[in-house]
Design a protein around this ligand. Structure first.
Ligand SMILES: CCCCC/C=C\C/C=C\C/C=C\C=C\C(=O)SCCNC(=O)CCNC(=O)[C@H](O)C(C)(C)COP(=O)(O)OP(=O)(O)OC[C@H]1O[C@@H](n2cnc3c(N)ncnc32)[C@H](O)[C@@H]1OP(=O)(O)O
Ligand SMILES: Cc1cc2nc3c(=O)[nH]c(=O)nc-3n(C[C@H](O)[C@H](O)[C@H](O)COP(=O)(O)OP(=O)(O)OC[C@H]3O[C@@H](n4cnc5c(N)ncnc54)[C@H](O)[C@@H]3O)c2cc1C
Length: 647
């Protein structure tokens, strides 16, 4: 493959795109300057010979992978410090480098320092007093200490009020005694807890003056800062009084407890990470659909017309129906994540001034958006893998590992079902307020309007789809609310009625979240279109329409049950879907080029910018140690004796 050759198919695809992909890049980065900054930052890390992948780590042992990851994480950290010295690194950069796509490209086997930045530091910032922040934050930023977030135990991850580790205050010594008294109370899962971290935020049940005050966060030293040897004991470990993070709940030195303004403020870090997950899920999906789209433009297979040559598989409408909704879903989750991030920052600053009113709505939205974005991104990445046939199954395609990273999001930071039920708690209250004529918060205002109108007739517009999605959500919320109350009226106690209705409660949450995403996506695109070229505006509008139409068509049952849609309307929606797939087809490669994902981050022979798939695949498999020699020693050790014995 001569250097810098471009696959002819991709060349043609790039000529037919109706807009300049650079315009989309600048839009997503927030301007040309930001794009240049990002590209420079990526180059600063990716071009470092110490960080570039020599051999794929697939062939390293588990221990070697860990050691390799630690080595690279330290190099990354030093380089981030260089950026800091130039005044260029902030939380966003840490997050991007140490945890986002750039981080996962450099630290393919995980980031031993990820939890330090994603949870340990944010917990101290969110749960520590000013004095405690002054004591710990600079040490943590400068990596003088390495922390993790130790909440989950062998026996409890979801139900945190059931955690068994205890922290008992001893006023005589002004210390807390931490204890994990049972096998099931051992902290399990915290990233970095095994060998990397020397400190942890430990979430434990606080006892003082014989009373349990529920779970609170404590800083515990795990290992000696010099020798890294584990500190003595894991039972009855004593920590100083000021190692309890006391921004919210406090224990005075005499042991008296000062309640937090809300016991749920202790849960603040989890909201932060859930908010981060929405954007991260979107970015991983974007990487996967870039790989699958470029591959589908290069791959020729089968026939559409017997008389014509084998077509690009991207010309099969079924392939377009697999991939283009993933393109649209990226934008939907991206704009929902941006909206949620803004709300998180606003509510967090309100909490600083003791204003707790909007915390319930933030919690409800963070829960359902984390659940839906993680689940939809995971499903979308799997769809992209499947769309690439056998080559999509290869580890070097990057699709299996990307799926693994994102499907984990469905579990961590609050298992999806559990979080959707949290949102359902909020929706049941909202529906009751709607029935009682009480005020509703912004994200559930639609319940009022849906109750008052029977639903408009079909018209080919996203606002009609949004109204239909809201009608479905309101219908499912009302159904769950009614079924649960019917059970209670028949004498079932409220907890059992809740559990018996939980299937419908989860479905109501998902519908509410999908309606929120479609509306937020539409409003975001409406704001953007006037500021971009007519061609890019048209492409962004088509993608938004595709997300809306495809999402509604995946809910035909609910649409028929909760609206006055006709089968003729459904035919119109199907036609609209097919029109949109055809409209997006010429721009598909241009859109993924607009994501401007560096080839080193794509890390896939199927998705490189030049499209030389087969040459790159062959180069990848040649790296396998198994292919170093023509005959593997197992032949002589095992196969040959076996074959001989048959003779
Ligand atoms: C460098 C950058 C890298 C970027 C990479 C990004 C992400 C990767 C980061 C991390 C991944 C790796 C590590 C993962 C870490 C973890 O997983 S940490 C552990 C996470 N664990 C959880 O999330 C546990 C989930 N469980 C819970 O949150 C609670 O148990 C649950 C909310 C389910 C129930 O809590 P409980 O106290 O039992 O409450 P109730 O259900 O009884 O409800 C009581 C009321 O409290 C309200 N509420 C609950 N939670 C919150 C909250 N967080 N904020 C505000 N309010 C809350 C709830 O709504 C109820 O209110 P009402 O009574 O209905 O009015
Ligand atoms: C990659 C990864 C990294 C992690 N990192 C950390 C970390 O750094 N720090 C940390 O503290 N934790 C960490 N965790 C742990 C994670 O937070 C928990 O696994 C997660 O909260 C799920 O809890 P669980 O494992 O107890 O699952 P369970 O809650 O036991 O889930 C099992 C099943 O029970 C169901 N279930 C549970 N409760 C209910 C309910 N109330 N209603 C209906 N169904 C229910 C669930 O829906 C699920 O189907 C990590 C996990 C993973 C996978």
């Amino acid at each position: 493959m001569p250097a810098n050759t471009m696959n002819e198919d991709l060349k043609r695809e790039r000529q037919r795109c109706s807009f300049d992909p650079k315009e989309l890049t600048y839009l997503l980065d927030g301007g040309e300057e930001k794009t240049e900054e990002r590209r420079q930052r990526e180059k600063f890390f990716l071009d470092d010979p110490e960080l570039s992948e020599t051999a794929p780590s697939d062939y390293l042992s588990h221990k070697e992978k860990y050691e390799h990851a630690v080595k690279k994480a330290c190099i990354v950290f030093k380089k981030v410090q260089q950026l800091q010295a130039q005044g260029k690194a902030g939380m966003q950069n840490f997050r991007e480098v140490l945890g986002g796509q750039l981080g996962s490209a450099i630290l393919r086997d995980g980031n031993p320092l990820g939890l330090h930045y994603v949870m340990f530091i944010p917990t101290i910032m969110g749960q520590g007093t000013i004095e405690q922040q002054a004591e710990w934050i600079s040490k943590a930023w400068n990596l003088e200490i390495i922390g993790t977030y130790a909440q989950t135990e062998l026996g409890h991850g979801t139900f945190i009020r059931g955690l068994e580790t205890t922290a008992t205050y001893d006023p005589a010594t002004e210390e807390f005694v931490l204890n994990s008294p049972t096998l099931t109370s051992y902290k399990w899962w915290p990233g970095g807890l095994g060998h990397t971290a020397n400190y942890a935020v430990v979430v434990a049940q606080l006892y003082s003056q014989g009373i349990c005050h529920g779970i609170h966060p404590f800083i515990v030293q795990l290992r000696d800062e010099e020798t890294h040897l584990p500190m003595p004991g894991f039972e009855n470990v004593r920590i100083p009084w000021n190692y309890m993070l006391m921004k919210n709940g406090k224990v005075l030195k005499d042991g008296s407890y000062v309640k937090s303004p809300s016991s749920k403020l202790t849960y603040g870090t989890m909201i932060f990470v859930r908010v981060v997950i929405v954007q991260d899920a979107a970015n991983y999906l974007r990487k996967a659909v870039t790989i699958a789209t470029r591959y589908s433009a290069v791959r020729h297979q089968s026939h559409i017309k017997e008389s014509a040559p084998e077509p690009q598989i991207l010309d099969f409408v079924t392939q377009q129906h697999k991939l283009f909704p993933q393109l649209a879903t990226y934008f939907a989750l991206h704009y929902s994540g941006a909206w949620l991030w803004d709300m998180y920052n606003n509510v967090t600053s309100e909490l600083e001034s003791g204003e707790l009113d909007r915390l319930p709505e933030l919690h409800a939205l963070a829960c359902c958006l984390k659940a839906v974005s993680a689940a939809d991104a995971a499903q979308g990445i799997e769809t992209c893998r499947l769309a690439c046939g056998g080559h999509g199954y290869m580890s070097c395609s990057s699709l299996p590992i990307t799926y693994g990273l994102v499907t984990a999001m469905v579990t961590y930071e609050g298992e999806n079902t559990v979080l959707l039920l949290q949102t359902a708690r909020y929706l049941m209250k909202a529906w009751q307020n709607c029935l009682d004529g009480q005020p509703l918060t912004p994200s559930v205002q639609y319940l009022n309007s849906v109750r008052r109108s029977f639903g408009g007739v079909y018209h080919k517009s996203v606002p009609w789809i949004i109204a239909s999605m809201q009608r479905i959500a309101a219908g499912k919320i009302e159904t769950a609310h009614r079924h649960m109350n019917d059970k209670i009226k028949r004498g079932v106690n409220s907890e059992d009625a809740w559990n018996e209705t939980s299937i419908e409660l989860v479905a109501a949450s998902e519908a509410h979240c999908k309606a929120f995403i479609v509306e937020t996506y539409y409003n975001s695109v409406q704001q953007i279109v006037p500021s971009v070229s007519q061609q890019l505006g048209k492409a962004l509008t088509e993608l938004c329409e595709l997300y809306a139409v495809n999402t509604l068509l995946k809910n035909i049952g609910d649409l028929l049950r909760y609206s006055n849609v006709t089968t003729g309307d459904l035919e119109n929606l199907q036609r609209w879907l097919e029109e949109l797939l055809a409209a997006i087809r010429p721009n598909a490669v241009g859109i993924v080029d607009g994501f401007d994902i560096n080839d080193a981050i794509i890390a896939s022979p199927l998705g490189a910018y030049d499209g030389n798939v087969y040459e790159r695949l062959f180069a990848e498999v040649s790296k396998s140690p198994l292919n170093a020699k023509p005959v593997n020693e197992s032949f002589h050790k095992y196969l040959k004796p076996l074959l001989k014995s048959k003779m």
